[in-house]
Design a protein around this ligand. Sequence first.
Ligand code: GAL
Length: 420
Amino acid sequence: MNLLNAHRQAMKFLQSALLWVPCCAALAQPLPLDVLHWWTSSSEQLAVDQLKAHLLFNGMRWKDAAIPGGGGMAAVKVLKSRVLLGDPPDVAQLIGTTLTDWNDMGLVMPLNNVANRQRWSQTLFPTVMKLVTYKGVVIAAPLGIHRINTLIYNRHVFAKLGLIPPANWEEFELVAQKLSAQGVKPLAWSDEAWQIATVFESLLLGEVGPAQYRDLIVKRKSPAWLEPGIEKALTRLRWLRNLSGDTPRERAWTDATRDILDESAAMVIMGDWAKGELMAWGASPEKDFGCAAMPGTHKMHLYSVDTLAMLWNSHKRTSAQEKLAELVVASPTQLAYNRVKGSVPVRTDVDAANLDSCARDSWTTFATPGNVLAPSLAHRMAADEATKDAVAQILWRFAISPTMTTKEAQRRLALAVRTP
Ligand code: GAL
């Protein structure tokens, strides 16, 4: 699938679309809002462009303070140093526990007025509303819901070899065997710690089920990490990692995703921002690639919700910050942003028929009562930054070094999750 031309055309279209966005608002030259985030890949930039366009249409400007680094590893550190230097941005991509931590330090502006005016509690998914509400105060504007337990496969490769997306691990093993026999690498992989953690939590959910996942990840019950289900999940993680050969390779998530585009691998396990990226490169979720739930996680949604927090600083831009919060949650922005980002709207009043096949499945799974909604540890929905990093480091060490036994990894994980 050589899609370079399609990609160029898509970029041209977007650039011209942005030029059409209001002349007159731009003339007013409002002071820009300084926004710290980690969206720097092709699709992430397109998604930010959508936000900028909607803001500009409403007479506001967005100035990027974009810190590259998948999963926000570097951005979180830069934010910390800016705060220490007394120069917090106006807006920051703070998600999950980083949000509540910064709020506890008095840095985050409450958004109850906006939320009440816009009836967020009626229009947003209850899980999302709960996530942005802390001690009764609304502390962030939600942008989109990513599904972490996503298996993306190349439709052309699967069709050529008569394969269907695997629904369980037995099927996955068969598919992997057939692909290997034809000289196709079954799974794109990166040894970056946050990406290993992203794969692991998806397979953990499928392996141990939602109740034990909750004990392990949300309640962080230390002894639960010593149970046999974890050993199975760790063994599976190492097996998946070894499908890619022995040499550790820490690649950006975009490189692992590109393997699917150029057919150097048939599948990738990644949050659905990878879908957004493939689309930004011109690939279509209906024709070129497909999304399936990670084996064993049908009807489960392992989520990460992207949110923007408005920070207190000396710029005194409260009304612009509130306006931004209002705009990003409004339906038109939600649809435009999520369409390119790969995530799905945080709103319940969406017509799923208008979403692409991956998004439709994600949004419907999230919206259907009785389905499992599980928070992501790797993406800060369940534990503080230090615990998340400690867990990711252990998983990384375990995945790349054959000498660490599963028992040893379990012992270390049980220690790492213990609440202080
Ligand atoms: C996640 C974030 C996504 C995406 C991804 C890759 O943490 O929620 O929006 O950007 O990292 O950087």
